[in-house]
Design a protein around this ligand. Structure first.
Ligand SMILES: Cc1cc2nc3c(=O)[nH]c(=O)nc-3n(C[C@H](O)[C@H](O)[C@H](O)COP(=O)(O)OP(=O)(O)OC[C@H]3O[C@@H](n4cnc5c(N)ncnc54)[C@H](O)[C@@H]3O)c2cc1C
Length: 287
């Protein structure tokens, strides 16, 4: 392996200047769990690594008026164990708890997880269902991107080459809001998801659904919502009779991929199973 220059900027502005300076020769590294594998497998060959790891003050997890704010360098393990996250949404804490294994979670960052845009990941589906957005910084300043528009395809995001993801913002749920995350793994309990389902719903005083968001991840290039199917819940109790056509709406509309974790046909079946379970969970208020 050729020698690689390892640069450690102290803030995002300096990191962005370095990205501008070294352009295609540079690669950002945060926790390194994905970048190191890519280097080992010779999938990338940067001459410069720009490490975010030694920047202080970007691993915060805090509530603000508009919701939960998580710094890009917060570790998955810190998010999973955070009392603030547990109180905000136990389903969100659970999502981070089921990522990989504890060694990976101790090292991996939320910014790295989302920027990698690996379809077989957990946080993207739950965060999409939660209507999260990311703040990114580039030479022209900062901008926010909804996660619905952030993931563009396999390993591709809306980040410009000289932009860095700096923060994830998750809007507060209404008082009656409930969320659930279901991960289905087909290979090992610690494996990446074959199908990932994030659900967020809120209910009126009579228990009728006011708003429903379902995001399915790991089955297609990017997390997918099917708005026609979601709308079927509005104004109804989430009975099994109401859930059935919503599930079918997703199974009919989504066009899953085939990989080592399952065929397209199998994924469609698992989408049916896990959307139903997640909807029953938000209805019954288990989590
Ligand atoms: C054995 C193993 C099992 C795994 N299982 C799962 C799983 O079950 N579920 C799951 O969701 N994930 C899983 N993963 C993926 C893991 O979660 C990601 O590798 C990790 O979250 C990436 O974070 P990182 O900080 O290590 O990123 P890095 O490896 O440092 O970077 C990843 C990518 O993001 C870019 N990047 C990093 N930070 C930023 C930033 N702030 N702004 C812009 N670009 C940035 C890098 O240039 C690189 O392209 C697994 C990984 C391994 C190695």
């Amino acid at each position: 392996m050729n020698s690689i220059k390892f640069l450690e900027p102290t803030d995002f502005s300096e990191a962005i200047s370095l990205l501008d300076q070294y352009a295609d020769d540079a690669k950002i590294i945060a926790g390194g769990t994905s970048v190191v594998l890519m280097l080992q497998q010779k999938l990338i060959a940067p001459s410069v690594l720009i490490s975010l790891g030694s920047m202080a003050g970007h691993d915060y997890i805090r509530m603000e008026d508009d919701g939960l704010h998580i710094g890009a360098l917060a570790k998955i393990r810190e998010i999973e164990r955070s009392e603030i996250v547990q109180q905000f949404s136990p389903a969100l804490a659970h999502t981070f708890h089921v990522v990989a294994n504890v060694r990976v979670r101790n090292q991996a960052t939320i910014g790295g997880n989302l920027s990698a845009a690996d379809y077989a990941a957990d946080p993207p589906a739950m965060l999409t269902a939660l209507d999260a957005r990311v703040q990114v910084q580039g030479p022209q300043g900062t901008r926010e991107i909804s996660l619905n528009e952030f993931f563009l395809g396999f390993y591709t995001t809306a980040l410009e080459p000289n932009e860095i993801l700096t923060e994830v913002i998750i809007p507060s749920l209404p008082a009656s809001g409930r969320a659930a995350y279901h991960k289905y793994t087909s290979i090992s309990a610690e494996g990446r998801p074959c199908v990932a389902v994030g659900v967020v719903a809120d209910f009126d005083a009579d228990g009728k659904c006011r708003n429903l968001r379902i995001a399915v991840g790991a089955a297609t290039e990017t997390p997918q919502r099917v708005s026609d199917a979601e709308a079927m819940a509005h104004g109804h109790m989430l009975t099994d009779e109401v859930i059935a056509p919503i599930v079918e709406g997703y199974a009919r509309t989504l066009d899953p991929l085939t990989d080592v974790r399952g065929s397209a046909w199998y994924r469609k079946e698992m989408i049916r199973v896990f959307i139903k379970r997640a909807l029953q969970e938000v209805r019954d208020g288990n989590r």
